[in-house]
Design a protein around this ligand. Structure first.
Ligand code: SF4
Length: 665
């Protein structure tokens, strides 16, 4: 049971109702006055959803440390907006902390119009830019901007501030020997490398008032070769606590580090030990964040005394009532983050012009417009009978949206199980959480009294009885016509494999190097993995176990770039997994013909034969819209999801389309 999470807690002079905070998230709409209502609506829904404290996305203390769609404290209008935001949160009964940030060498000149600055001129892998080395005067200017930022936060009514000192941003850059090669008083041994962040923390402590709550977001481990050591991190944490910082929020990894921290394959609570290492060393409360995505995991963190507070971020995008539902014990009704990153971090880090949303929760980022539409709709609400055909994620979402709008809904699914492609994909390593989304939609439909008909293929006559029919019949695997031999018995589609229709061979050729082909390759090649507990058992006795692969998997990709459509936060993790599992990749080759014992492939220069006892086609999909074509003109009908557009299967788009039908935004 969940009980520890709902004990009161304190951070300095601030008392919090419980232990679940909302970690800082940049939404990509900050600073734009036209978006202020949306930003307020986003935060207010999370206050109402039970967040004990909201930490804002990073607010730049100086323009060169900011970026597109970020608040910057040198703009008077941004200050005014921040003040309004704090007031809005307070009016709805919440608490809010302002995060002070400077991106240093992660800032992009294309966004700021200014040269990025850093402790030393070391090129950033993220921006490909070499920052300008800060002068001592420059350092003092940044220090003063942080201090002044805290004073502003207090005067604007924020309940606390958080100093952003992790994830490889400016303060973290000063601490780390990887990015700080200075030879003056701000670089060299630990004392000198700590000077800048400690000066900032001390200045804030000194000038913002002795009891103004100050949180420092410290990097528990940079996961960068040659960076701050564990002992140094602990020493730094002690010094921060000694000079009066009220809590430490422990982040892990830099944006350029090559240890996944946000990928779906990272085990739950994986970084809790980094947090607890710091907790043991200090006597101020310690907050942990990464990969704490369910109330059970969070409760367990507290039970094991690994941390004092949790500050999940993405789980609040997936469900605005994360804490409230946990408190009510409504675990079933909780929409969980599936760590796909597709509509959140891939937007923030991949395309900052795209605002943050959430794949599993289409309301996120649209709270304001939805609220307005809901009001409008409720004025001329009309109950109708809606049939949804197809129980994949698009159909489930359409049924939920329709029922939420007060319609009578029947959902027809041809198979026994709901979930469609989402269910198939749940077998891919790291995608087991997709089952949680299917569970959430099923529960929601039950609660909304949607009639669910499984193994059902409704006849046209039956559908004619409804006021509207939504077709969400999804997709079928596409088999390129030009491939000879595609009908041989050892050729299967990804859907055959994932639905368990075919037994796998030993030497497997996967035709198609897109996201699905790569995912499938990683799933099949996992059979080559020796389970971790077996490995560690033999490891204890010094026995090396390393057996040759028994599944030999080759991906044949027409493009020179595989997994093209996979987002930036996930693609590199998938590629390194394929490497680790020994998957062969043939780039720039087209499959020409499949024979009894292999595959003929070619590019502009050569033709090759690849031995294979099984060929799996992952060459995309075609829309399954026969029913839609048939119904058109006979009944009012709409088509959504893969059955509308089969290119680049996109669950986020499918869910949005489903909601757009009934929320009209
Ligand atoms: Fe989680 Fe994906 Fe939603 Fe991001 S988009 S919050 S990772 S479910």
């Amino acid at each position: 049971s969940i009980s520890l999470l709902f004990q009161k807690g304190t951070i300095g002079s601030m008392t919090l109702d419980h232990r679940i905070l909302m970690g800082a998230m940049h939404l990509g709409i900050e600073g734009d006055r036209n978006q202020l209502n949306q930003l307020k609506a986003f935060y207010i829904e999370r206050v109402k959803g039970g967040a004990a404290l909201i930490i804002t996305g990073g607010v730049a203390v100086l323009p060169e440390g900011g970026g597109d769609h970020m608040f910057c404290l040198t703009e008077q209008d941004h200050r005014d907006q921040l003040k309004e935001l704090a007031e809005a949160v307070h009016q709805s009964g919440g608490k809010i902390a302002l995060q002070l940030q400077h991106q240093g060498r992660y800032a992009k000149s294309s966004e700021t119009g200014l040269e990025p600055v850093a402790p030393s001129p070391i090129i950033s892998r993220i921006t490909k830019e070499t920052p300008v080395e800060l002068s001592v005067k420059g350092i003092e200017k940044v220090r003063d901007a942080f201090i002044e930022g805290a004073i502003f936060a207090k005067s604007a009514g924020f309940d606390a501030i958080e100093i952003m000192g992790s994830e490889g941003y400016l303060l973290n850059q000063f601490l780390s020997p990887v990015t700080n090669r200075r030879t003056d008083e701000y670089g060299g041994d630990l004392n000198k490398r700590m000077k800048f962040p400690l000066d900032i923390a001390a200045g804030i402590r000194d000038q913002a008032g002795g009891d103004y709550p100050v949180i420092y977001r410290i990097s528990g481990d940079d996961y960068m070769e040659g960076s701050t050591t564990r002992e140094e991190t602990i020493e730094f944490a002690r010094r921060l606590a000694d000079l009066g910082v009220d809590a430490l929020n422990v982040g892990v990894g830099w944006h350029e580090s090559r240890i996944p921290t946000v990928a779906a394959t990272v085990p739950a609570g994986a970084f809790a030990y980094v947090v607890s290492d710091i907790r043991r060393a200090v006597d101020v409360p310690v907050i942990g964040a990464n990969r704490i995505h369910t109330p059970e995991v969070a409760e367990n963190m507290l039970k094991q005394e690994l941390m004092d507070f949790v500050a999940p971020a993405r789980p609040w995008l997936a469900d605005a009532s994360f804490a409230l539902k946990a408190q009510k014990g409504d675990r079933e009704g909780l929409n969980l983050c599936i760590s796909c990153n597709q509509v959140c971090l891939d937007h923030t880090l991949g395309n900052p012009l795209l605002p943050v949303g959430c794949l599993v929760n289409p309301r996120t980022g649209h709270e304001w417009e939805w609220k307005i539409k809901e009001k409008e709709k409720s004025r001329h609400r009309q109950e109708r009978y809606i049939a949804v055909v197809g129980g994949g994620i698009a159909g489930l979402a359409a049924a939920k949206a329709a029922a939420e709008q007060g319609h009578h809904v029947a959902l027809f699914e041809a198979r026994e199980q709901l979930g469609g492609h989402f269910l198939l994909a749940s077998q891919i390593p790291g995608k087991d959480k997709f089952l949680e989304t299917i569970r959430f939609y099923k529960i929601s439909l039950d609660r909304l009294n949607v009639t669910i008909k499984r193994s059902a293929k409704p006849a046209v006559e039956e559908l004619k009885a409804f006021d509207k029919v939504i077709i969400a019949t999804g997709v079928k695997p596409y088999i390129p016509k030009q491939i000879k031999g595609a009908n041989l018995p050892h050729v299967a589609t990804y859907s055959d494999v994932l639905s368990g229709k075919v037994a796998l061979g030993k030497k497997i050729a996967i035709v198609g190097g897109g996201g699905i082909g790569c995912d499938l390759a990683s799933l099949i090649a996992q059979a080559n993995d020796i389970p971790a507990d077996v490995k560690s058992f033999f490891g204890e006795y010094g026995v090396k176990i390393d057996f040759p692969h028994h599944k030999d998997v080759t991906i044949i990709s027409r493009s020179k770039r595989i997994a093209k459509g996979v987002g930036p936060t996930t693609r590199w993790v998938l590629l390194s997994e394929l490497r680790r599992l020994g998957v062969h990749i043939l780039k720039g080759f087209e499959c020409r013909e499949i024979s009894q014992d292999g595959v003929w492939v070619r590019n502009d220069e050569e033709e090759r034969f690849l031995k294979a006892d099984q060929v799996i086609i992952c060459a995309g999909q075609t829309a399954d819209k026969a029913l839609y074509d048939h119904l058109k003109g006979q009944v009012p009908v709409e088509v959504i999801g893969g059955s509308l557009d089969a290119r680049n299967l996109n669950a986020a788009r499918a869910i949005r389309q489903a909601y757009d039908l009934f929320y009209g935004c």
